[in-house]
Design a protein around this ligand. Structure first.
Ligand SMILES: [Fe+2]
Length: 275
């Protein structure tokens, strides 16, 4: 079952790359994003927990450098902040890969010199996902500090659900091989951007039960279209802006792609927006 899942993930990603769809999918250097990870609506694995190994044993949840009450902001830099600019964007999903709106994300990281601000709130900020489950962080590539590979800390919480405390990692870092708490499942996909900046993507999957929509119990290839609307059909090439219906709900194509099973509009928020 695990092997099946791995295979289908790989197949989906491969197909995505071959079709040249969805810019985030084509990011290189990291594992598949959760948005590409499910075919046929099966459940996906939650993002693993990860905490600093050097945190006090009395508190297994919050690392030594976490501070509560960070400001609400997605931008942690201004024009004078030293460091290579980095954006991290992605989605927060539940176990059925449906986006979670109003999920809390609290990020904190080291500055360019590998130091945490434990007095103020530099490189600390929390934000909430929008209705599509999207978030975006504007920051710098964090500096290194002894004993750890490069990482960004984050807590993620769906409304009324337990907090996921974890860390995000960068592909190609030499210390990824020696950091004992490094976890390749937490690798972001990272690419170069203009002005020597970096663009990273990561999708969180929270351990939150959801009722799958458009999953295996419905027929993904025979959705019920509304009269007068074009029904979503696997194998069709949809340019951005195309409007379709799927199980009676209307969606607009966000990125041009060739539809395939597993990418039904309710399952693929990176590709289809309700409305
Ligand atoms: Fe850290």
């Amino acid at each position: 079952m695990d092997e099946d899942r791995k295979f289908s993930r790989k197949a989906v990603l491969k197909a995505a790359l071959a079709a040249g769809v969805a810019a985030p999918v084509a990011l290189v250097g990291g594992p598949a994003l959760a948005r590409t990870n499910f075919a046929g609506g099966q459940k996906v694995e939650p993002t693993p927990y990860c905490h600093d190994g050097d945190e006090p044993t009395v508190d297994q949840i919050e690392g030594p450098y976490f501070k509560p009450n960070s400001p609400e902001r997605g931008v942690l830099v201004d024009q004078n902040t030293p460091g290579q600019r980095l954006t991290v964007s992605g989605y927060v999903f539940g176990l059925s890969c449906q986006p979670i709106g109003r999920a809390l994300l609290d990020f904190w990281q080291a500055d360019v010199n590998g130091a945490y601000d434990n007095v103020g709130y530099t490189f600390r900020g929390h934000q909430y996902t929008n209705d599509l489950g999207e978030f975006k962080l504007s920051t710098i590539v964090p500096g290194l500090y002894p004993g750890r590979t490069r990482h960004i800390h984050v807590k993620v919480q769906a409304p009324g659900e337990p907090i996921l405390t974890t860390q995000l990692y960068f592909p190609g870092e030499p210390r990824n091989n020696t950091d004992t708490i490094f976890d390749s499942r937490l690798l972001m996909t990272v690419r170069d951007a203009p002005n020597n900046a970096k663009e990273a993507a990561f999708d969180f999957v929270l351990n939150v039960q959801q009722t799958p929509t458009g999953g295996p119990t419905t027929s993904p290839t025979s959705p019920t279209g509304q009269p007068g609307g074009t029904s979503w059909t696997a194998g069709t090439s949809y340019p951005a802006g195309t409007r379709v219906t799927f199980n009676g709900v209307s969606y607009v194509c966000r990125q041009g792609h060739t539809a395939q099973q597993g990418w039904e509009p309710p399952n693929a928020p990176a590709l289809w927006q309700k409305g």
